[in-house]
Design a protein around this ligand. Structure first.
Ligand SMILES: NC(=O)c1ccc[n+]([C@@H]2O[C@H](COP(=O)([O-])OP(=O)(O)OC[C@H]3O[C@@H](n4cnc5c(N)ncnc54)[C@H](O)[C@@H]3O)[C@@H](O)[C@H]2O)c1
Length: 439
């Protein structure tokens, strides 16, 4: 779907109107392409903590120069050494002189230690959240800011996360707090960082169109064999997606009583199990609660939550999720902020967050992980039918002042799926351009 306002702002007249009236001016976001460098300007690194070596080695491996410059592609600050509130001044000292030098679509990453216990170190570390979220709001021209809390002893495990954040793959992820190693997990380095999912089997539900089709594409690009699942009515589109990614099409309604058993049988018989399960299928049946039919409530809860729990339970009971496996949910910012006319949808999507919380320790014991993305406004058929005014609010009321693309959600899912992300467990990362809803 085209964002006509954004196109207008790129025209000569549009530029003038935007400047004169002080209207939102969304910068076209830089997105991943295999032949482009991870960042297009040098990085500046600061802070003194546990993660200096990991940061240096990731920047070196991804070909990013670390140097003083007039424009920066990234500012990375290791705040793990900040052990009391007075030392938060170190953030000011590092960032204040360079805030005007942050380049277009640049990345700010602050690294901390998960705040635990009642000490002053935990208070100082908790303060990093307010700092990072505010920096996200101050940055312009498509630049983003994130905070990554890395549990002590899991320094090496942050590599896949840094690679993701310090690249164009995280274009629409803004002002997020990510936790690495808080539930354990030993990273397994992929043989090839460009095809980290080689040899893996990935199931993607709702894969015939929209975000699901993009997830199938990105996971296949990263080397996975994709089993693309959708309802029989979507059969033709599903086959197209499956053929395009050289995967398999599986027509199945996930709410059918025997769907979990059928799915497990299919994955076992054909592939001996599954490595990555992406619960993307989702529906909306919007009405204010007073006007909502019970069938609309039931259908949304069944597709968006109950069927996913039943599939997880069947996979785990039958041991069909392989070691270092991944379960990935697709929540929504409606599940965090709530939304007028979407009580059923928001309930189901908040339930997906509950699913992550409940299963994360269980999967950690099996050496697997569960995480979710919570997309904001993404340009798809689902959002194309939203009334114009609400659609415009959805797009502009965010730090990046635009909707995201399905690929932005897919890239975030691919980061979770990476074998090196085994210490990334129990996270819900919003892919929303720092939407002001529920932030
Ligand atoms: N588009 C957005 O802005 C946005 C925002 C937040 C969250 N999401 C979530 O992202 C996911 C994908 O959204 P989308 O915009 O691509 O939607 P979409 O409607 O384009 O695609 C959803 C797919 O799920 C399939 N599906 C529905 N019921 C099914 C069932 N019972 N069994 C199997 N497949 C079924 C549909 O046939 C469809 O192909 C959904 O979970 C949605 O709630 C989307």
């Amino acid at each position: 779907m085209t964002d006509r306002y954004q196109q207008f702002t790129r025209s000569g007249l549009g530029r003038q109107v935007v400047r004169r009236l002080g209207l939102p001016n969304p910068t076209p976001l830089r997105r991943y392409a295999p032949d482009r460098p991870a960042l297009d300007a040098p990085a500046l690194v600061g802070g003194a903590g546990r993660l200096g070596d990991t940061v240096a080695s990731v920047l070196k491996a991804t070909g990013v120069e670390v140097a003083e410059a007039e424009r920066y592609g990234a500012l990375v600050f290791d705040a793990t050494g900040i052990d009391e509130p007075a030392r938060l001044r170190e953030l000011y000292d590092f960032f204040h002189p360079v805030m005007r030098k942050v380049g277009t679509c640049a990345r700010v990453v602050v690294l901390g230690t998960p705040p635990r216990g009642g000490g002053r170190d935990a208070i100082a570390q908790r303060a990093l959240e307010g700092f990072t979220r505010s920096v996200g709001k101050e940055l312009t021209r498509g630049a983003t800011a994130q905070l990554v809390y890395v549990a002590p002893g899991h320094e090496a495990a942050v590599e896949s996360t840094l690679r993701f954040l310090l690249s164009a793959k995280s274009a629409f992820v803004d002002a997020q707090v990510i936790r690495v190693g808080t539930l354990g997990g030993e990273p397994i380095e992929p043989g090839d960082w460009d095809r980290p999912l080689a040899g893996k089997v990935a199931l993607v539900t709702g894969a015939s169109r929209g975000i699901g089709a993009s997830i199938a594409e990105v996971l296949a690009r990263d080397g996975a064999h994709v089993v693309a699942l959708d309802i029989p009515a979507q059969g033709a589109e599903l086959s197209e997606v499956a053929n395009a990614v050289r995967g398999a099409a599986l027509q199945l309604d996930i709410t059918a009583g025997d769907a979990p058993a059928q799915l497990v049988r299919y994955l076992r018989d054909r592939h001996g199990g599954v490595d990555i399960v992406v619960h993307n299928a989702g529906i909306t049946r919007d009405r204010r609660l007073a006007n909502m039919k019970d069938a609309a409530w039931d259908a949304v809860l069944a597709v968006n939550l109950s069927s996913q729990l039943a599939i997880n339970d069947a996979l785990l009971a039958e041991d069909a999720l392989r070691p270092n496996g991944r379960i990935i949910g697709v929540s929504s910012i409606a599940g965090i902020a709530g939304n007028n006319g979407q009580t059923n949808y928001a309930t189901s999507k908040a339930g997906v967050i509950g699913m992550v919380d409940a299963y994360a320790p269980v999967l950690a014991e099996r050496g697997a992980t569960i995480n979710a993305v919570a997309p904001g406004f993404i340009e798809t058929k689902m959002t194309a039918v939203v009334p114009l005014l609400i659609r415009e609010f959805g797009r502009r009321l965010s730090s990046l002042a635009q909707g995201g693309l399905p690929v932005d959600v897919a890239e975030t899912i691919a980061w979770y799926a990476n074998p090196a992300s085994s210490a990334v467990n129990g996270n819900v990362v919003r892919v929303c351009g720092q939407s002001f809803l529920g932030a």
